[in-house]
Design a protein around this ligand. Structure first.
Ligand SMILES: [Zn+2]
Ligand SMILES: [Zn+2]
Length: 288
């Protein structure tokens, strides 16, 4: 069967394109401006942070229409978040209609919602619903920090993305804040000298000691991890007890998963790994 050329279609955009779209094809008219081909100006899908804000509104207020002041407010907040730097369809980016639709998606997932015939959203909507619909206090803590970052320049979010930031339950922006806090030089130094005072500077999960493997190059090298997500610890001062020293591998693993694995989880994973070649860590800075 040969391909179809333009001469095979005389019905024009109105009929042919609609028929093709009905068959599941994406039809984009080459050479046209973006107005004539809305398919090429699609905005990025909702990030976790954005979904959390919408879920929070839904759980507090239920379904709302696109003229509601609370929907307009959330639309503005979403437009302020430094998550999506590319917004191909700026006019419609997280507009009130999009927000109202997202609330409808959550209503469709809500077993307690009386309505029927709603449009279900994507996989991520369901994921966010499953994670947070029963953990409202935690959700409220996260969203209040997100809104705080929009309102106050003191709490403004770093704009540089972190690796794997889309894998994090509290969303990209709080994760960026968390990571920048962990890199605080003074804090890291305090934690390292506390470790040195009672033992050595090594990974508290797997025992990896950079100096043992890399010699002088690895001397004093380690990463600092804060065990409590920002949504949990809030704006309180960081306590040394909340910090652990981790090698780069264990640190990446510590931030994977929703919610994050505990240090004990990680230790038992490392201990039971079949390919485990290093001696299990125990707690290198603990007393013998
Ligand atoms: Zn490690
Ligand atoms: Zn960390």
């Amino acid at each position: 069967m040969g391909g179809l050329g333009a001469s095979d279609f005389s019905g024009g955009e109105a009929t042919v394109a609609r028929a093709l779209r009905g068959l599941g094809f994406e039809v984009v008219r080459r050479g046209d401006d973006a107005e004539a081909a809305p398919g090429i100006r699609r905005n990025p899908p909702w990030a976790f942070d954005e979904l959390l804000l919408a879920l929070d509104l839904y759980l507090r207020e239920g379904q709302l229409d696109d003229s509601d002041a609370r929907v307009l407010e959330l639309s503005e907040v979403l437009n302020e978040l430094p998550i999506h730097t590319v917004r191909p369809d700026l006019e419609r980016f997280r507009n009130p209609n999009g927000v109202a639709l997202k609330l409808a998606n959550f209503a469709a997932l809500d077993p307690g919602y009386p309505g029927v015939g709603m449009t279900r959203g994507g996989r991520r909507d369901a994921e966010v619903w499953d994670l947070f619909s029963k953990r409202r206090a935690e959700l409220a803590a996260i969203t209040s920090r997100l809104r705080g970052g929009v309102i106050s320049s003191d709490e403004a979010f770093p704009v540089t993305p972190e690796d794997d930031e889309d894998e994090v339950a509290e969303g990209r922006l709080l994760f960026r804040q968390h990571r920048s806090r962990e890199r605080n030089r003074a804090l890291v130094e305090r934690k390292k000298s506390a470790a040195r005072a009672v033992g050595r500077v090594a990974c508290e999960v797997c025992g990896f000691d950079f100096e043992v493997t890399y010699g002088v190059l690895g001397h004093d090298f380690i990463e600092c991890h804060h065990v409590r997500p920002l949504s949990d610890s809030g704006a309180t001062m960081t306590k040394l007890a909340d910090l652990v020293l981790l090698c780069a591998n264990c640190h990446r693993m510590a931030h994977r998963g929703r919610p994050w694995p505990s240090l004990e989880d990680l230790r038992s994973l490392v201990r039971s790994a079949p390919g485990q070649s290093r001696p299990p860590a125990g707690r290198p800075q603990g007393k013998p």
